[in-house]
Ligand binder design. Structure first.
Ligand code: GAP
Length: 508
């Protein structure tokens, strides 16, 4: 499908129609940038979280888990820098009264220039055929080189302005680039101002004694303040990691693109604690390891790229994103940050308690350095959903299939009696019962078998098991594979092993 907006629109509609995602409080016309996960959505979301947890915690001897509370002592957010620096630069268009993030306006402008580069590459690839050398073309073609220089210089100027907190120059840049409001089409902009993204609430009675609290904007701080608790009780030696998944909240100014940018979302984060001076080695290790995790899901490697941060966060000495090519372009999916000793040191200062590790190998106590991997579960969900959405023609008919990696599929097998009589439903339910302990299965007897196959394809079920009259005679069923659509006659006793092989993590 060529038209990306059209693809995205279809993915969003599909997510609702098949019970993956609903707008929050839809009955009351919805709540902006907040979403609910339906019956298939919650299964897929749980499976993605489990896969992350297994690969990060269970498969790594030196990483342990944690589940810290959303509410934290308010001093946490002063220490972490979020109270003073967790801001987005916002700008309003005076004509449309629409509000934008200044950084997003600039990044979108750069993305438009980058898409011109892509077009030039495609045109040249067609022109030169097999002899086309993309690397040479992008480094020598004057038009492409010009575009690339333009992108670099815009991003460098923006990064400099943000580092200097020079919001006047951010506005000047927007004006110089001729960026217009997509609604009014005008350049009638207000000044740029900073906006803190944390949600505030209160604990206790609303009288004088109530304490102001924040809903956590990242799960990471729960890990930092528990560093010593975990290190001591789990008897961990550096280098080691603490992982957790959980909700985070940000009062996003511009919350668009479905579940890409939400106000309530879930993160999967891991903080890896290392000896000072070793952080760059581990930063490279986790960059590579996290990219491999994405590729292990069978997604084409061309769909991912690294993007080094030009504008480092207040806590980082190196940072990059793993970007995924969403239907609306390459965007951040996961961040890998070398956070130095900023957080632990700051918690040490604000709490007045020592947050240090005694390293028996060098006989020294120090505040560890941290390398973090942080991925949004909802963004990963959108990655899987948009990557797996496929429309194809089969025997002159349209087939819509979600080619979700089988281990993540919401339903692993559908058990379908060919008819509703002659004892077939009873036999099918017997099979369902035997598989249900280990796999999420669905039983369906309504509609023609063809329609039932299509419904299962549309939610990404890897296997359909059809129970027919022969099943009663010789204890066999047909097993239909979602991707090949091939059907095989197999013994019922083989089902568990075959499904296990298809959806299990162990491929040996
Ligand atoms: N602890 C570091 C941290 O929170 P971040 O880059 O702000 O870093 C990490 O966020 C990840 O969380 C992002 O890469 C993204 O996947 C996800 N994320 C951040 N804001 C989000 C939002 N508003 N909606 C959905 N996911 C979000």
């Amino acid at each position: 499908m060529a038209n990306y907006e059209e693809v995205f629109r279809k993915v969003v509609a599909h997510a609702k129609e098949y019970g993956f995602i609903f707008q929050s409080s839809e009955l009351y016309d919805g709540l902006g940038a907040v979403y609910d996960y339906g019956p298939n959505g919650v299964e897929l979301k749980n499976n993605i979280r489990d896969y992350w947890w297994k690969s990060m915690v269970n498969m790594n001897d030196n990483i342990v888990g944690l589940d810290s509370a959303i509410f934290m002592h308010p001093a946490t957010w002063k220490a972490s820098g979020h109270v003073d620096a967790f801001n987005d630069p916002l700008i309003d268009n005076k004509d449309s009264k629409k509000r934008y993030r200044a950084d997003v306006l600039i990044e979108e402008h750069v993305a438009r220039i980058e898409s011109k580069i892509e077009k030039e590459v495609k045109k040249a690839a067609k022109r030169f055929g097999d002899s086309f050398d993309e690397e040479q073309f992008v480094s020598t073609n004057p038009r492409v080189v010009g575009y690339k220089e333009k992108c670099t210089s815009i991003m460098q100027r923006f990064a400099q302005a943000m580092n200097d907190n020079d919001l006047v120059d951010v506005k000047a840049l927007i004006e110089e680039l001729g960026i217009v409001c997509p609604f009014s089409g005008t350049k009638n902009w207000t000044d740029v101002r900073q906006f803190n993204l944390m949600f505030k609430t209160q604990m206790g009675s609303t009288a004088d004694g109530a304490t102001d609290l924040y809903l956590r904007p990242e799960t990471a701080q729960g890990i930092f303040v528990n560093f010593l608790n975990v290190q001591k009780t789990a008897r961990m030696k550096l280098p080691f990691g603490i992982a957790q998944t959980g909700k985070a909240f940000r009062n996003e100014i511009v919350a668009r693109q479905f579940i890409f940018r939400m106000r309530e979302f879930e993160q999967m984060e891991m903080q890896f604690f290392v000896r000072p001076g070793q952080e760059m080695k581990w930063y490279e290790h986790w960059k590579e390891s996290r990219m491999q995790w994405h590729l292990s899901l069978g997604i084409d490697k061309e769909q991912f790229r690294f993007h080094d941060h030009d504008n480092l966060a207040h806590y980082a000495n190196a940072a990059c994103d793993i970007e995924f090519k969403f239907p609306f372009g390459f965007k951040e999916l996961e961040g890998i940050h070398s956070r130095t000793d900023f957080d632990l040191k700051s918690h040490q200062e604000h709490s007045g308690r020592k947050v240090q590790y005694f390293d028996p190998e060098i006989n020294e106590s120090y505040v560890p350095y941290v390398v973090e991997t942080s991925i949004g579960l909802d963004r990963m969900f959108l990655t899987i959903l948009s990557n797996s959405y496929q429309e194809e023609e089969v025997n002159g008919e349209n087939r819509l299939v979600l080619s979700i990696p089988p281990m993540l599929s919401p339903v692993k097998a559908a058990i379908l009696p060919l008819t509703k009589k002659d004892g077939l439903p009873e036999k099918a339910k017997e099979i369902l019962k035997s598989l249900q302990y280990d796999f999420n299965c669905q039983y369906e007897e309504k509609d023609s078998i063809g329609k039932r196959y299509r419904r299962q394809d549309a939610i990404g079920t890897p296997y359909c098991i059809t129970v027919d009259h022969q099943s009663l005679e010789n204890h066999t069923v047909t097993l239909r594979d979602r991707d090949t659509m091939q059907q095989e006659r197999i013994a019922i006793e083989q089902l568990h092993r075959l499904i296990s092989k298809k959806v299990g993590l162990n491929r040996d």
